[in-house]
Structures are given as structure tokens and as C-alpha cells.
Design a binder for this molecule. Structure first.
Ligand SMILES: NC(=O)c1ccc[n+]([C@@H]2O[C@H](COP(=O)([O-])OP(=O)(O)OC[C@H]3O[C@@H](n4cnc5c(N)ncnc54)[C@H](O)[C@@H]3O)[C@@H](O)[C@H]2O)c1
Length: 310
């Protein structure tokens, strides 16, 4: 019988891609989202979709009979978290705890938590391994609160919990509706519309960008390989690019002649992110998608799905 996998945040960027990936591999997907940030058009019609809030204790009924939970629902916009810290903590900490508690009661076999490279904001060793963290911003602290309860439930109750720390994931269905959208989608959309891209700060911040299909391959390795049980994995490529370099790559592909506008830096962001990928590679995983190829696929998606719909 096909395995039943619960995916929270299924109407969002990463989880909607994950759901499709699971369905294509024969899993049944029960998708949960309250549509506060995600949209139904992201949700594959094969998903058994439930509009529900992860903070609601009655969510337990939706987890009944599941073999595994991928918990990706979160308040994920850094600016939203800064503006509404209590709300960020409610969703990212208490929402996670609510799902952990339901999973404990139901004896769910595997719980996978979507953590963030923002856990490393105060760490200056590169590439960064999984064993030291220093979250600083509200988003990072709230995601860390969720991760701390994962650690607690693993130790207290012996639950099978794996943590994945995503670096900068990019690709189709990225949330471009935000006030400050993720950098690649923002550049591509503005430049395709004939508008100058906006860079916050000098553009010299470096980010480890990972294409969403590579993250999905790691999701599968984590789900299917028992060697992942109880461990933490960086989901990055081990290579980074500056924001200015990303702008230049996109400009090379689009040839718009549009120069960036530089605006004051956003507070609390790390200067550099770079994943040590040793742990993930031990599962037999490696990233496959080169950044130019990933950018081309993202451009194609935006041309077909975002700009035509606008
Ligand atoms: N995208 C990245 O580069 C990245 C990097 C590091 C970590 N992450 C983590 O990965 C996960 C997915 O990120 P994303 O970029 O796809 O974000 P996203 O905002 O696109 O998706 C999050 C989804 O969660 C839903 N949601 C929010 N609050 C909810 C609630 N109370 N109940 C139910 N659903 C709720 C939203 O509607 C949205 O669809 C998040 O946990 C995020 O912290 C993402």
C-alpha cells in the first residue's frame, strides 16, 4: 500500500514542489495549509488538501494514519517576522509543537522539520557544519524554537525526527507576492517587466543558492534512508554567489540593459552563507542543478505562469 505522507505548508513554494515530487514517486500526500501566504494554484490536484491552521489542536485528525510528516508550514518572510514577532513565535514555535504533540500521540514513524540556514546567522566559519548555531533575527529565533522542540521530543520520547536546514532555495512557485520577494524571483520579475532590479545593501552578501529539485532529492534521501534518522542535514550546494553576481547572471540570460537600484541594507541578515554538505552527501545525495540552468528554469516558469497571469 502507498505510504501516506503529511506535508504542511503545501500551498507554499518548497512544500508544493515537494508534494508533486512525492506524488510522482507513488506516495499519497495529505496537504495542510491555511493559505495565509500560499495559494491553491500551487497545490497539485492529486493532493488531499485540507485548509487548516497548524496551531489548531484538532489538526491531529488529519495526521491519523500517516507514515511520515514533512513540516514546512511557517511564517517564512523575514520582514513579516520582524514586524510581528509574537505571531512568528506562535506559528513557528507553537505550531511546530502542536504537530509534534499530535505526531507523538499518533506514533508517527518519521517527522521531518524544515529548519533554516538562518540558524547560522552569527557563525563565521565557512563552509558551515551542522553542529554549531547562533540564530539572531526573529525569523531565525522562531525557527530555532521549533527545532528546539524537535530535539526535545526526540530525546524525551524517542521520536524519529530529522531536521533539514535549507539554505536559499529557489525555483518555480517561489513566493513573489511578498513585499520584498526572494532575490532571484524579484530580479527576474522586475527585469522581465522592464523595471530596474532592487538590491538591498552593496550586493556583496553571498548566498548558497540551491535549486528546489535538488532539495527534493535530499527530501527523498531523508525520507527513505534510515541513516538520516535523528540527524540534522544542511540542504545547500557548498557553493555561493553574491547578489551582484546573481544580477549579472540574470542580465546575461535576459539582456535587458537594466542596472540595479541600490537601497539601504535590511537588518539582521548574515553576510555569507555556505553549507558544508558532507552529512547530506553521506546519504548518497549531491546537488545536480547548475545555477544558470536553475535560473533558466525559473525564468521560464515566471514567463509562463506569473507574467502571463498578471
Ligand atoms: N525558501 C527558502 O529558501 C527557505 C530557506 C530556509 C528555510 N525555509 C523553510 O522552509 C519552509 C517552506 O518555506 P517556503 O519558502 O516554501 O515558504 P512559503 O511561505 O512559500 O510557504 C509556507 C506555507 O506555510 C503556510 N502557513 C503559514 N502559516 C500557517 C499556519 N499557521 N497553518 C498552516 N499553514 C501555514 C503558508 O500559507 C505557506 O503556504 C518554511 O518552514 C521555511 O522556514 C525556506
Amino acid at each position: 500500500m502507498a505510504k501516506r505522507i503529511v506535508v504542511t505548508g503545501v500551498a507554499g513554494f518548497v512544500a508544493s514542489n515537494l508534494a508533486r515530487h512525492l506524488l510522482d514517486r507513488g506516495y499519497l500526500v495529505i496537504g495542510i495549509d491555511n493559505l495565509s501566504a500560499g495559494t491553491l494554484e500551487n497545490v497539485d490536484p492529486r493532493v488531499e488538501f485540507h485548509r487548516a491552521d497548524i496551531c489548531d489542536p484538532s489538526i491531529r485528525t488529519l495526521l491519523t494514519g500517516a507514515d511520515a510528516v514533512f513540516h514546512l508550514a511557517a511564517k517564512s518572510s523575514l520582514t513579516d517576522c520582524l514586524e510581528k514577532p509574537l505571531e512568528a513565535a506562535r506559528i513557528n514555535v507553537l505550531g511546530t509543537l502542536n504537530l509534534l504533540e499530535a505526531s507523538r500521540q499518533l506514533k508517527i514513524g518519521k517527522f521531518i522539520y524544515a529548519d533554516t540556514s538562518a540558524e547560522y546567522e552569527g557563525i563565521t566559519e565557512f563552509p558551515t557544519r551542522e553542529d554549531k548555531i547562533k540564530p539572531i533575527g526573529v525569523y531565525a529565533a522562531s525557527k530555532h524554537g521549533g527545532a528546539a522542540f524537535c530535539d526535545s521530543y526526540r530525546e524525551l520520547y524517542g521520536m524519529n525526527i530529522t531536521i533539514m536546514r535549507y539554505f536559499n532555495v529557489y525555483g518555480p512557485a517561489q513566493d513573489w507576492r511578498r513585499v520584498i520577494p526572494p532575490v532571484m524571483s524579484s530580479f527576474i520579475i522586475r527585469m522581465l517587466r522592464g523595471e530596474r532590479p532592487v538590491i538591498y545593501g552593496s550586493g556583496e552578501k553571498r548566498r548558497d543558492f540551491i535549486y528546489v529539485d535538488d532539495v527534493n532529492d535530499l527530501h527523498m534521501a531523508v525520507l527513505e534512508n534510515p541513516k538520516s534518522n535523528g540527524r540534522v542535514f544542511n540542504a545547500g550546494t557548498g557553493t555561493n554567489f553574491s547578489v551582484n553576481e546573481v544580477y549579472r547572471m540574470i542580465e546575461e540570460l535576459l539582456g535587458t540593459g537594466l542596472k540595479p537600484i541600490y537601497k539601504p541594507d535590511l537588518p539582521g541578515e548574515a553576510q555569507i552563507t555556505l553549507a558544508d554538505t558532507t552529512a547530506a552527501r553521506e546519504l548518497g545525495w549531491s546537488p545536480k542543478v547548475e545555477i544558470r540552468d536553475g535560473l533558466l528554469r525559473t525564468i521560464q516558469y515566471i514567463q509562463e505562469r506569473v507574467l502571463k497571469a498578471a
